[in-house]
Write a protein that binds this ligand. Structure first.
Ligand code: FEO
Length: 411
């Protein structure tokens, strides 16, 4: 058995799994780990597509040597410069000093800025081991020809994809990536990655909503650029499974809908803060009223314990969102404020979505007013008047949850 997975004849997976990092980007929990994917094309000339996180550099170099032995790597093609993919550039260049680093002008400026490797050329000139490529440029490896397609702001300005026409295969950078380590297999078929009980579909929504969610427009433009290349045999992202023609149509559809900010299914997110349980009681009442009206997908998030990344995932996924907050220092509860900041940052439009809110206070109410103002800034209409409770949240004080639930369940 080969010790390095060959995903297609002459194309090898040389990435690594990270099952110990606590938080991706210092922010996002990784309950199923994450993979950093890099690929090696063993042609007349050898090309490495992206590198991997600094913690796994030795594994990358070892996998490459396993495939090509003493032959050199001729090209390092950089689709994306974020350090989880670029941090091993220095080590790769030290291992194969004659290597040519290939990227667009923005990429190569970042190579110099992050790693002090330059000078940077311009046009398609080969100089000082750097090759600058523009949109549509090609590079021959001997048998295969690669072409480069710029997809700026998915989710950095330098992002591009590399296409191999002979294999009908795209190396897509972070596009179509997902959290989740690769347990043994590499392709979606090997991992059975697109089944309902797999963690990849949900982790893809969480990855997209948190990392890429702000950039729906650029993702739409990237998808349009990709369409003439369809159908593809394989799409090779920098995180998660390699998508074959088996699952890629579903993955593309998911990305298309998420980047249009289209809800993926009917369901209600109830996201709330609560100090002593009164606002939580209102949330529970609302959830029961929804369930009584036949709503079967209700995602309850107490924001003191649910990490924002899971809440954002569910907000992208479901068509209804209700936010609740106690009044805290004449403002929103801090965890609720953080959530609405996250939502505003991603600019989620109203289309196809239903919104409601509720709140509590002890002597002067501010939370409901702040949530209503937030809805106004987002251009979201309230499905029903907010539910506002003074002091203890008793059943009698939360009866108007029934009106809110009714409005949402028919929305
Ligand atoms: Fe996986 Fe944008 O880095």
């Amino acid at each position: 058995m080969k010790r390095v997975t060959e995903i297609a004849p002459g194309i090898h997976y040389v990435g690594a799994n990270d099952r110990t990092k606590h938080r991706f980007e210092g922010l996002w929990p990784l309950p199923h780990g994450v993979s950093y994917n890099a690929y090696l094309i063993d042609d007349e000339r050898v090309a490495l597509i992206d590198t991997i996180d600094a913690a796994f550099t030795e594994r990358l170099l070892g996998s490459i040597r396993e495939v090509i032995g003493d032959r050199p790597v001729d090209y390092l093609i950089i689709n994306h410069m974020e350090p989880d993919h670029s941090a091993s550039i220095h080590a790769v260049r030290q291992a194969w000093p004659e290597i040519t680093i290939v990227g667009n002008a923005k990429t190569l400026q970042m190579v110099e800025g992050f790693y002090g490797i330059g000078p940077v050329g311009s046009g398609a000139a080969l100089e000082a081991g750097m090759l600058t490529v523009a949109d549509g440029d090609t590079l021959s490896l001997g048998v295969r020809e690669l072409s480069f397609h710029l997809i700026p702001m998915v989710h950095w300005p330098e992002t591009m994809v590399t296409y191999c026409a002979q294999d009908r295969l795209v190396f897509s950078g972070d596009a179509f990536g997902t959290f989740g380590a690769l347990d043994g297999g590499v392709t979606d078929v090997q991992l059975d990655a697109w089944r309902q009980t797999s963690y990849f579909p949900d982790e893809m929504v969480r990855y997209y909503s948190n990392i890429v969610g702000k950039y729906g427009g650029p993702v739409q433009r990237a998808i349009e650029k990709l369409r003439p290349l369809l159908p593809l045999a394989m799409v090779c992202p920098t995180h998660g499974p390699v998508w074959t023609s088996h699952a890629f149509p579903a993955v593309l559809d998911l990305y298309d809908r998420m980047s249009r900010y289209e809800p993926l299914e009917k369901g209600v997110v109830i996201a709330y803060g609560s100090m002593y349980g009164n606002t939580e009681q209102t949330a529970e009442r609302l959830a029961r009223e929804l369930a009584a009206r036949g709503v079967r997908r209700i995602a309850m998030h107490n924001l003191s314990s649910s990490h924002a990344s899971f809440v954002l995932r569910d907000i992208f996924k479901y068509n209804a969102l209700v936010i609740g907050s106690p009044t805290y220092n004449m403002n929103l509860y801090p965890e609720v404020q953080a959530l609405i900041d996250d939502i505003e940052l991603r600019g989620i439009p109203a289309g196809g979505r239903v919104f409601g809110c509720f709140g509590g206070f002890t002597w002067a109410g501010a939370a409901v007013k702040k949530l209503t103002e937030f809805a106004g800034r987002m251009g979201w209409e309230l499905a029903a008047p907010p539910v506002e409770v003074k002091q203890g949240s008793t059943p009698a004080k939360t009866d108007s949850c029934a009106d809110l639930a009714e409005a949402i369940s028919v929305g």
